[in-house]
Design a protein around this ligand. Structure first.
Ligand SMILES: [Ca+2]
Ligand SMILES: [Ca+2]
Ligand SMILES: [Ca+2]
Length: 406
């Protein structure tokens, strides 16, 4: 889509991050996200309002499903969810569906919304028809807040959720299904639509401890290997009727983090990212990215890697910043998508925490996002967020330079 002639110069920014991104002029390609309500209205049909797939006719977000053949070649694409707002990193389920997460707390009446936003939705990638009448059902039991990503523990179907919020900073949450829950396609939707479904299961926020000492902020950790024990505290009002979810806890009750972003389930736990922290935003220390591993067996989190503040983000080298979306390579090792300053990379991280550049965006300064491997592990799919490219990277994978040491 192109900005119509006659509109003024304007800016966009990525969600709540207070970083004004590049100016664009009429005639340039329109980024998917636009923070100016007037332009949001102009482009309200960015994801088409589609019968049976639309949550809110007043919202412009959604999901597209791209179908590919065994070699990664595109066969087709279709809208699988529409009428949502600011869908973000999301995550896969063990039963072969996709949970799409709205990174917003916007309410009905805001920016043309006809409904409240800030929910999780489930998309079935098997066909467009499989979503009709289903994908627009919001999972109120997972809460209404600025969702970023989900990761699911296959044995228990517990859903772990990152909240990308600021003022106050976001929470790490867990939804535990009710007893008797049978996971599978349609199970979450049916639970959401059942009597009492809005508060089905338990939604709790993580509290960390260093020994017996409460840790209020994950930015306290500065060294890989830092380990905190974890407890969970119920969210009082999941739908945030009057008070947003992060404000329902005092700093003394909970553990917060700046920019909780992507996560991925592997090795029996969830790898999750804090993208950056600054003391000016109230964080305990400054960094340009942490990757944590939550282990449900030991109820603990361990800092796997940390990036110091990047002094030269425009200079190529092993200086990275702002990891956001994350996946775990089938061969081992993490893959992080930078959403920081200067050069944008896909960054690999070995099991011993060493980082290396895996790919660099030489097309523009937009972030990589949504890295995910095909089921056979041969193709890495990844997007460039603006203007909205999807790439298929065929490797070869598993060479010593880009594999984990484990
Ligand atoms: Ca985000
Ligand atoms: Ca981002
Ligand atoms: Ca960078």
């Amino acid at each position: 889509m192109r900005v119509p002639p006659g509109l003024p110069r304007w800016h966009c920014r990525d969600g709540p991050r207070l970083r004004i991104r590049r100016c664009r002029q009429p005639g340039s390609v329109l980024p998917r996200r636009c923070c100016y309500p007037s332009l949001r209205r102009v482009w309200r049909a960015l994801v088409p309002v589609t019968d049976g797939l639309t949550y809110d006719i007043g919202a412009i977000g959604g999901t597209s499903t791209i179908t590919v053949d065994a070699n990664g070649n595109r066969i087709g694409q279709y809208t699988s969810l529409a009428g949502t707002d600011n869908n973000c990193a999301d995550g896969i389920t063990p039963w072969g569906t996709w949970l799409s997460c709205e990174e917003t707390e916007s309410r009905v009446g805001s920016a043309g919304n006809t409904k409240n936003h800030g929910y999780v939705f489930e998309v079935d990638p098997s066909s467009r028809e499989a979503n009709v009448g289903k994908s627009f059902v919001q999972m109120k039991f997972m809460g209404r807040y600025s969702h970023e990503a989900v990761a699911i523990d296959p044995p228990t179907s517990a859903v772990y959720l990152t909240e990308d919020a600021s003022n106050p900073n976001g929470l790490y949450l867990r939804w535990t299904p009710p007893s008797g829950f049978m996971p599978g396609k349609d199970a979450l939707r049916q639970l959401a639509q059942s009597e009492g479904g809005d508060i089905a299961g338990a939604l709790q926020a993580m509290i960390c401890y260093r020994g017996s000492t409460h840790v209020p902020d994950l930015a306290e950790a500065t060294r890989p290997g830092t380990r905190y024990t974890v407890r969970w505290k119920d969210v009082p009002d999941r739908d945030a009727a009057t008070t947003s979810v992060p404000r329902q806890f005092s700093d003394e009750q909970i553990t917060r983090s700046r920019k909780l972003e992507g996560q991925w389930w592997a090795d029996g736990g969830a790898f999750f990212v804090s993208s950056f922290a600054r003391t000016t935003d109230g964080s305990a220390n400054e960094h340009d990215g942490q990757v944590w591993f939550y282990d449900p067996a030991s109820e603990s989190i361990t800092l796997k890697t940390i990036f110091g503040v990047n002094a030269n983000p425009d200079v190529e080298g092993n200086n990275f910043d702002g990891p956001d979306n994350i996946t775990v390579a089938p061969q081992g090792g993490l893959i992080l998508a930078e959403d920081g300053n200067g050069i944008s990379h896909l960054v690999g991280v070995t099991a011993d925490g060493k980082s290396y550049p895996l790919a660099r965006n030489d097309f523009n300064d937009s972030e990589f996002c949504g890295p995910a491997f095909s089921a056979d592990g041969k193709t890495l799919f990844v997007n460039i967020q603006s203007p909205g490219f999807t790439l298929a990277v065929t490797g070869p994978w598993g060479r010593p330079s880009n594999s984990s040491t484990r």
